[in-house]
Design a protein around this ligand. Structure first.
Ligand code: ZN
Length: 193
């Protein structure tokens, strides 16, 4: 999973203008009056070979580096104020409770991703192929075996690793140690005894 993040440096550009240039695998949004774009590379729609030149053709320019800490947004994991505003910690605690059904877990985790990390959500759906399509169309609720096998794999690989990748510092994603059907972000127990 690789998400690209950049900030629009052209001060006269509006978010509506920026959106007109973006393919569906990239999103535009604003944080503290700055316009950002974020997305993943799919087929020929890549950051370097498509997004940057396409926006430049409209006289809209980008930087991938944080103005405050001068670290590239995508390599930043500590967080100056500007970076933290761009990528706030996700809420901790329970996300899905009382079920091990694949479709219920997908509904809960993907709903969470869409809300918290829209570009990552887009990438996970893209990676899911037919399973993602079946989920979107509501077919998994029918418990069809063929769709469910692919959905199980998608859940345990792409969806799970996306959820793990955004765990706030000191927390891990998974089942609660006291309740195996309570999934969310739980504090890592520092005590080894
Ligand atoms: Zn920064």
């Amino acid at each position: 999973m690789t998400i690209h993040t950049a900030r629009v440096t052209t001060k006269t550009a509006t978010i509506e203008q920026v959106k007109m240039y973006l393919p569906s695998n990239y999103r535009a949004f604003d944080v503290d009056e700055e316009i950002f774009i974020q997305g993943f590379d799919a087929a020929g729609w890549t950051f370097n070979d498509y997004i940057v030149p396409r926006l430049a053709s409209g006289m809209i320019f980008l930087t991938t580096e944080c103005e405050e800490c001068t670290v590239p947004y995508d390599e930043h994991d500590e967080g100056c104020d500007a970076c933290v505003a761009l990528k706030p910690d996700v809420p901790t605690g329970s996300i899905s409770h009382g079920t091990h059904r694949t479709v219920d877990l997908l509904d809960a985790f993907l709903g969470f991703l869409e809300m918290q990390r829209p570009a990552l959500y887009d990438e996970v759906l893209y990676a899911g192929g037919d399973a993602a399509q079946a989920w979107r169309l509501g077919w998994l609720h029918d418990d069809q075996d063929v769709a469910l096998a692919a959905a199980d794999e998608w859940l345990s690989e792409d969806v799970w690793s996306a959820m793990e990748s955004i765990a706030p510092a000191g927390h891990t994603f998974g089942a609660h140690e006291g309740d195996g059907a309570d999934f969310g972000y739980w504090p890592i127990d520092e005590d080894e005894d």
